[in-house]
Design a protein around this ligand. Structure first.
Ligand SMILES: Cc1ncc(COP(=O)(O)O)c(C=O)c1O
Length: 420
């Protein structure tokens, strides 16, 4: 493990917490679908002196001097992002996924305008207009959903009907807990029919698109794509907004800065550039393909042993297990039991959930992080067996302790980049 000796000397309390976290990551299995482990190069870049620099503005047009090197890293991040996702414009400054979405809304909408996005209980994200967010004080959000929860197919007819009735300015695709690929051509046609922008929030599947295993919305005429950079894309925590052309790009740039943010977080932009460079390499294609292979294999293995999955399978890096229908155990209890044996995932609502959001019926399982550690299909079976045994023997604390030790031994075979 790295020693972080300067930190140890300066602040023992934070150093101790960091050591605990490194051990937790090394000895545990990470199945949270939105998490990943960055490479040592990306990790190193985040801790550099680029942190010390204020760079308000954009490359070549900054408010402060001393930008010869910050301009280099931001320009490289922009160029690599454009190549990776085959689009005309990239803004790499959003601090995270939610700020990227907020800046996108303000670039494309006027207050009171309407957004047509996925029903949040069918997998949409908070920043797609959840009533608890400030966004709903400014914009109007209306919904589409799945036509059939057993297949996950979206209801494109209802989407068109709602679009004609509500006249949205944005038709929004992109989801946090939806295991299927969607038909971008149909969504674009619907957006075009009502004169709306077609926007995709690819936060969860950016790495799958970059790696060529999922379709790229720009190939179907989408206008704008927002994303986080830290999930399947395996970069630093951050956000990004891509646009099909420079004209929309200008609106996005003005909205991010000065509209919404101040100085960009330059060490993160440098780390984004490094991560995008990694994603351009052939190995990343293999990585992205393996994420999906692992996910499909794990899903099938669980289903063969009686688990009920929303949409009965997956096309991407995640699956949603309906724990009530599978084992008559709430999602929160499954999360707690698995946590006790060193397997981390999150409880999640399932579509039309009868239970409350804080005590939902399901759990979400994702394979991006374990795939980074080098796990393959046969390891999915070992993991599934750990999980199924723990759920079955959840009242038996001795059995859970034994399983926890077995999980630790299993994890030793798969070093975490940046720790081991
Ligand atoms: C689809 C989607 N968009 C946006 C976000 C927000 O990202 P952040 O947490 O970086 O603000 C998430 C995060 O999980 C997400 O799943």
């Amino acid at each position: 493990m790295p020693t972080y000796s300067a930190l140890a000397a300066a602040d023992p309390a934070i150093h101790a917490a960091l050591q605990g976290e490194m051990l937790r990551q090394q000895e545990g299995v990470e199945l949270i679908a939105s998490e990943n482990y960055v490479s040592p190069a990306v990790l190193e870049t985040m801790g550099t002196v680029f942190n010390n620099k204020y760079s308000e503005g954009y490359p070549g047009k900054r408010y402060y001097g001393g930008q010869e090197f910050t301009d280099v890293v931001e320009s490289l991040a922009i160029e690599r992002a454009k190549q990776l996702f085959r689009c005309g414009h990239a803004n790499v400054q959003p601090h995270a996924g939610c700020p990227a979405n907020v800046a996108m809304y303000f670039a494309l909408l006027e207050p009171g305008d309407c957004v047509l996005g996925m029903d949040l209980s069918h997998g949409g994200h908070l920043s797609h207009g959840h009533p608890v967010t400030y966004l709903t004080k400014i914009f109007r959000f209306v919904r589409y959903g799945m036509k059939d929860i057993e297949t996950g197919e979206l209801d494109y007819d209802a989407m068109l009907e709602t679009a004609k009735k509500e006249k949205p300015k944005i038709v929004l695709a992109g989801y946090s807990a939806y295991p299927r690929e969607v038909d971008y051509a149909k969504i674009k046609t619907i957006a075009e029919e009502v004169g709306a922008y077609a926007v995709m929030d690819m936060a969860h599947i950016a790495g799958l698109i970059a790696g060529g295993v999922h379709k790229n919305p720009f190939d179907y005429g989408f206008d704008v794509v927002t994303t986080t950079t830290h999930k399947t894309l395996r970069g630093p925590r951050g956000g990004m907004i891509l646009s099909k052309d420079a004209e929309i790009g200008k609106k996005i740039d003005k909205s991010v800065f000065p509209g919404f943010q101040g100085g960009p977080i330059m060490q993160m932009i440098a780390a984004k550039a490094v991560a995008f460079g990694e994603a351009q390499k052939p190995e990343f294609k293999e990585y992205a393909a393996q994420i999906v292979k692992n996910s499909k294999h794990l899903a099938q293995y669980l289903m063969d042993r009686g688990a009920k999955l929303v949409t009965n399978g997956t096309d991407n890096h995640l699956m949603l297990v309906d724990c009530i229908r599978s084992w008559n155990v709430p999602g929160g209890e499954v999360e707690t039991v698995l946590d006790s044996i060193g397997i981390t995932l999150n409880k999640n609502s399932v579509p039309n959930d009868q239970r409350k959001p804080m005590d939902p019926s399901g759990v979400r399982i994702g394979t991006p992080a374990i795939t980074t550690r080098g796990m393959k299909e046969k390891d999915m079976e070992i993991l599934a067996d750990f999980m199924l045994t723990a759920i079955e023997r959840r009242g038996d604390s001795a059995a859970l302790r034994t399983l926890h030790e077995e999980v630790k031994v299993f994890c030793k075979k798969f070093p975490v980049p940046g720790i081991a």
